[in-house]
Design a protein around this ligand. Structure first.
Ligand code: 1HE
Length: 265
């Protein structure tokens, strides 16, 4: 697929199927998919390229039993970084995660095992989180003597609220199962998170790309605006999206009574 072949990926596996669904796999199973410097750079490059490569949706997964163990603590220990070096590293995490959240291509995180620390920051940059029965969420930064640096103060706090995030960091509280669903850490709890994530990705990929672009970019941008400016931006985006040629056939089908109706299960 355009532009993707030229990426130099060693920590991440990338597969794109005929429908344009990309499966992005963190491929450091022996290190529980901990995020080292190289992996973060690969995420920056990959998610900078994906929106212009014709990918229609992404399933993000980890190899092995755990989604992601967060910051590579061993690398961090060995590097013995200065404050400025770690600040710049965090800015690269933000670069990667902002590319994901604001890139306009639906990203569905298929979660299992540990989704902890920076792993939760990564998962919270996806647009939908699907957990299985093994999945557990935590922010163990406190017990490691660290602080979040990959956007948790924004995205995890958005998902669960400030009070729960502070509790997670001060107490090491672990959320899983129905409780994780109830507090908003995941939107689906299923037996097979990868199969469900793929099903969601396929359904989303059936929408016009411009519509998904608005859903997976404009909403996040609008959250950063005043209500007045967000309403204005929403009108501008809707002006473009809701008059796109790709929508005409769908509107015609509804008008002709051939389109599916919205029904409860
Ligand atoms: C690692 C990492 C890692 C595993 N960095 N190498 N994150 C954490 O505090 C979570 C740390 N990890 C764990 O608590 C556990 O490893 C797991 C619960 C994820 C998995 O447990 P387990 O028993 O399956 O594996 P393990 O025996 O602990 O680890 C297997 C290997 O993975 C081992 O390496 P080996 O060479 O000795 O075999 C571990 O060292 C390695 N490994 N996790 C490096 N995180 C931008 S700021 C973000 C701040 C944070 O993310 S703080 C939270 C960090």
């Amino acid at each position: 697929m355009k532009n993707l072949e030229s990426l130099d990926l060693t920590q991440i596996l990338l597969e794109v199927d005929a429908a344009g669904i990309a499966t992005v796999t963190l491929n450091r199973e022996a290190k529980r998919n901990a995020l080292d410097t190289r992996t973060v750079e690969e995420l920056v490059n990959l998610f900078s390229t994906i929106p212009r490569a014709g990918v229609r949706a992404v399933v993000l997964r980890g190899e092995g039993a755990h989604f992601c163990a967060g910051l590579d603590l061993v690398e961090h220990f060995k590097e013995d970084r200065s404050p400025a070096e770690f600040m710049h590293l965090c800015l690269r995490w933000h670069e990667a995660f902002n590319k994901m959240e604001y890139g306009g291509v639906p990203i569905i995180a298929a979660l299992k095992g540990a989704v902890v620390g920076g792993g939760l920051e990564l998962a919270s940059s996806a647009h939908i989180r699907v957990a299985d029965r093994t999945t557990y969420f935590a922010l163990p930064e406190g017990q490691r003597g660290l602080f979040t640096g990959g956007g948790a103060t924004i995205r995890v706090a958005d998902l669960v609220g400030k009070a729960r995030m502070i509790d997670m960091m001060l107490t090491g509280r672990v959320y899983q199962g129905e409780e994780a669903m109830a507090v908003g850490l995941c939107q689906y709890l299923v037996d097979d998170s990868e199969a469900k994530a793929m099903e969601i990705a396929r359904a989303a990929a059936a929408h016009p790309p411009l519509t998904n672009f608005a859903i997976c970019s404009a909403i996040s941008h609008m959250q950063n605006m005043s209500a007045l400016d967000a309403a204005y931006a929403e009108a501008v985006v809707a002006g473009i999206v809701n008059t796109q040629p790709d929508a005409r056939g769908r509107l015609e089908a509804f008008a002709n009574k051939t389109a599916a109706r919205v029904r409860p299960k």
